[in-house]
Design a protein around this ligand. Structure first.
Ligand SMILES: Cc1ncc(COP(=O)(O)O)c(C=O)c1O
Length: 348
């Protein structure tokens, strides 16, 4: 296939974070104990048995990463090895077969290459979101693992997760609903965690916030994470902190930001319990981070029916988050040197 076709005629800068059908997706099947080699297909429709465990018992997991066009035209992924690793952690937790790293990478690369025309151009602010997924399929009724599995990768061009360009300042509302139990599945990227979060997000939005903020479900005291992003905080004493919780998704963005903060901004970084009510007055800056959110400063937090502004006007972007955002995005789109070896080029 000649991948170097013209780009689609899309208004890239206007894209939101929505599904946009592209031409190809990759699909592999695990039957009788082994994976087939998989192939690119055109149909976005999955034919699933009505008894499929993915549908009844949420035996499924997924990943999310982005391909971006760099300043020099290369197509870059950001730390895809960590997505492969995280998907396999979830697979093991839910008694699904691991997806070999080579198959994961092949599927991601082939799908991006085949949909070259859908990769947003450099400078558009948009990117190609990649969604690998692993689902338990086939006939089943009782609560037991599926006998067959499908691994699929599809892509969609997307714009910013939050409405505004660049760094969107968002607000969070503490949720009275829990997201994950301490020894549950909160640290795995499994669909079961997200269905329960839908109502929490809706309630947060009804209160005027962009997202729900979950506290630890044992005590309702320490920060866990937002609905689809981890939390990082710059403290007034100069420390750069993030929650130490086994109920949150180990965010690849957060992991990378902590390295940039420590190695390049020379901040004292720490993963520790963060007691929201006791410490909020010590927050200098706060932000939500993730592949979709990138780094979104948190301007206000609704705690116990009371709004707390992190900045005077609840709208400002602070200098530390701005610097971190610029460095992270700069690395991801090849404007800054890839000092940590995080970018993976897809040869088109
Ligand atoms: C619940 C949750 N937390 C955090 C993140 C951020 O993780 P990452 O930086 O790996 O995208 C995501 C998004 O993937 C998420 O869904």
């Amino acid at each position: 296939m000649d991948a170097k076709v013209n780009k689609q005629q899309l208004n890239w800068a206007e894209l939101g974070f929505q599904y946009h059908r592209t031409d190809y997706r990759f699909c592999a099947r695990h039957v009788s104990g082994s994976w087939n080699q998989g192939e690119l297909i055109e149909s976005e429709i999955i034919q699933a048995h009505e008894g499929a465990p993915a549908l009844h018992y949420a035996q499924q997991c997924f990943e999310g990463l982005k391909a971006q066009t760099a300043v020099d035209g290369r197509v870059l992924l950001f730390r895809p090895d960590l997505n492969s690793e995280r998907m396999n952690m979830a697979a093991s937790r839910l008694l699904m077969p691991e997806v070999p790293r080579a198959l994961f990478m092949l599927a991601v690369e082939e799908t991006v290459r085949a949909n070259y025309s859908w990769i947003p151009p450099y400078g558009s602010g948009a990117s190609l979101y990649i969604r690998p997924m692993l689902i338990g399929v086939g006939e089943n009724l009782g609560l037991r693992p599926a006998q067959q599995f499908e691994f699929r990768v599809f892509v969609s061009p997307v714009g910013p997760y939050y409405k505004t360009d660049g760094m969107a300042v968002i607000s969070l509302a503490v949720s009275e609903l829990d997201r994950a139990a301490p020894n549950g599945t909160g640290s795995y990227k499994v669909g079961a965690n997200y269905a329960g979060g839908l109502l929490a997000t809706r309630k947060a939005q009804e209160k005027g916030a962009d997202e729900a903020l979950f506290l630890d479900s044992a005590e309702g005291r320490y920060i866990d994470e937002a609905g689809s992003a981890n939390i990082v905080i710059a403290m007034k004493d100069g420390a750069f902190i993030t929650p130490n919780s086994n109920a949150i998704l180990p965010s690849i963005t957060r992991k990378s930001l902590m390295v940039i903060a420590r190695e390049q901004l020379h901040l004292k970084t720490e993963e520790r319990d963060i007691d929201l009510r006791a410490e909020i007055s010590e927050f200098e800056e706060a932000a939500a981070c993730g592949t979709a959110a990138v780094l979104a400063p948190v301007g206000r937090i609704l705690v116990d029916q009371q709004w707390h502004s992190i900045y005077e006007d609840g709208q400002t972007v602070g200098p530390i988050m701005q610097e971190l955002y610029d460095r992270l995005v700069g690395i991801q789109i090849g404007e800054l040197s890839d000092a940590f070896g995080w970018c993976h080029e897809i040869k088109i």
